[in-house]
Design a protein around this ligand. Structure first.
Ligand SMILES: Cc1ncc(COP(=O)(O)O)c(C=O)c1O
Length: 471
């Protein structure tokens, strides 16, 4: 019997059959989304021509039905740190399923969470304990709750433009009104400009601040605080008996060329660190809140409080196995060193283009978290076109670049943050020179077109019309 026959037989018998289901219904993907899920996603994808049908993926590439390869510079918003379907992670997941462990009994202690905590903590020796949840936002929620509980203070400070997730606690420390509007009241909070120590101290003097939460490099705009900020902020916070929370959900696990991005600056020792995304191996959602011993001891201060912060799926065997496999690959394949080398090559190749293209204003970031910022052109010919886009909405030029990168060059990127002329590159950490070359060549071709006033400006006009219609 062929695989197709057996698939169809089990399907007829009424059992769920993944292959048969996808074969029968896969073509309805966009309609199903439109009917049952967030209908704006397919609408947006159709509008910008991103409505592709990807059939499979491996490493840093997706493939469509005709076998065309698409280079991934987005890594599923950073979860695909090791690229897609890394064989070691896949094997770990097959193994954990086959082992039929007595998982999630909730009243025993399984070995895998302890082993993963031990490995994660080995990378941050000043921290002692881990809470496992199921996502980045949950890792942040844990940190916010822990900080408020152990300090007995209500208020959390965060940085302008910050992104820490979209559940209600994390939303309270979100630096963009577009995400927050309409969801008030949120937790008591205050934004301080990233890098502004005076503003931080002014708030701390009020005596009601539990913590400052900060992304060592902000995901929105790829913005980094000035050197020395984290260390000075930490000292100020501790002097005022408040905590430093480092949100490493995106920057952690090697993304910026250090295991945790805060390690770039000597002496920075956050009280709580949030990790998620890449720890999943791209397969099993996971979040981790790492913290100092005294914080955990105070939160879980008695047996009565054993479940005071917990999650039904937290520490599940699949997530733990994926995490352990990811960390072992990171060690064995020397991922962090690779990120540093490839990141340097990538940024220097891109930075070399800033002299050539007047609208290319800045290339920044660390490791494989790279921001490309566009700016107002000097030449008259381009200035009126730029002004037309800016008048409609800031960020449209960056959108105009992202579209041909996919349409013409089969490279997936994203605009970073609303109302910013920035593209963010967060490719899988396993990319090498080949991928850097492909991106830089494609990007230069798109920039040539933009500076020659080519076809992409027609698409710009469509974007302007939409932006005006959406007001
Ligand atoms: C810095 C940071 N924190 C938290 C989150 C939220 O993570 P999740 O989407 O897994 O809830 C994100 C997601 O992009 C993030 O970039």
């Amino acid at each position: 019997m062929t695989t197709a026959e057996s698939a169809s037989e089990s399907s007829q018998a009424g059992e769920f059959d993944l292959g048969a289901t996808l074969a029968e219904r896969g073509a309805e993907r966009y309609e199903l989304h439109t009917r049952y899920l967030n209908h704006q996603l397919p609408r947006m994808l159709h509008t910008i021509g991103f409505d592709k049908v990807y059939e499979r993926a491996e490493g840093a590439y997706f493939y469509d039905a005709d076998g065309n390869d698409y280079l991934d510079m987005l890594a599923g918003f950073g979860v695909m740190g090791l690229g897609r379907h890394h064989p070691v992670v896949r094997k770990a997941l097959h193994d954990v399923l086959d082992a039929q462990l007595a998982d999630l009994t909730r009243f025993d202690c399984q070995p895998l969470p302890g082993l993963l905590a031990e490995k994660l903590l080995a990378h941050s020796p000043h921290l002692d304990r881990v809470f496992f949840g199921n996502s980045g936002t949950e890792a942040v929620e844990g940190a916010l709750k822990f900080a408020r509980y152990v300090t007995g203070r209500p208020r959390i400070l965060y940085c302008a433009h910050a992104f820490h997730g979209l559940t209600t606690g994390s939303l309270s420390v979100n630096g963009e009104s577009g995400f927050r509007d309409g969801f008030a009241p949120l937790l008591p909070d205050t934004a301080v400009p990233l890098g502004d120590l005076d503003a931080l101290e002014r708030e701390l003097r009020k005596g009601d601040v539990a913590a400052l939460i900060v992304e060592p490099i902000q995901g929105k705009g790829v913005l980094e605080a000035p050197p020395g900020y984290l260390l000075a902020a930490q000292e100020l916070l501790h002097r005022h008996k408040a905590l430093l929370i480092a949100d490493e959900v995106q920057t952690g696990l090697g993304r910026t060329g250090d295991f945790y991005a805060y390690q770039h600056e000597e002496g920075v020792e956050p009280d709580l660190v949030c990790v998620a995304k890449a720890l999943s191996g791209g397969y099993v959602p996971v979040g981790a809140t790492l913290g100092k011993d005294w914080i955990f001891k105070k939160v879980y201060s008695s047996m009565d409080r054993v479940l005071v912060h917990s999650a039904s799926f937290g520490s599940n065997a699949q997530a733990m196995a994926a995490g352990l496999a990811v960390l072992s690959v990171m060690e064995n394949e020397q991922i962090v060193a690779g990120v540093r080398a490839t990141g340097e090559l990538f940024r220097s190749r891109l930075a070399a283009l800033t002299d050539k293209y007047e609208m290319l204003a800045d290339v920044r970031g660390r490791g494989l978290m790279i921001g490309i910022e566009f700016g107002r052109p000097k030449s008259l010919k381009l200035r009126s076109r730029w002004a037309m886009l800016q008048a409609a909405r800031k960020g449209l030029f960056a959108q105009m670049v992202v579209v041909p990168l996919l349409q013409k060059h089969r490279i997936l990127t994203q605009v970073s943050g609303d109302h910013m002329e920035v593209i963010k590159l967060i490719p899988p950490l396993i990319i090498g020179e080949r991928e850097v070359d492909r991106f830089v060549d494609a990007f230069a071709a798109v920039m040539d077109d933009a500076h020659d006033g080519g076809l992409m400006w027609d698409f710009g006009k469509t974007l302007v019309k939409q932006a005006v219609a959406n007001r």
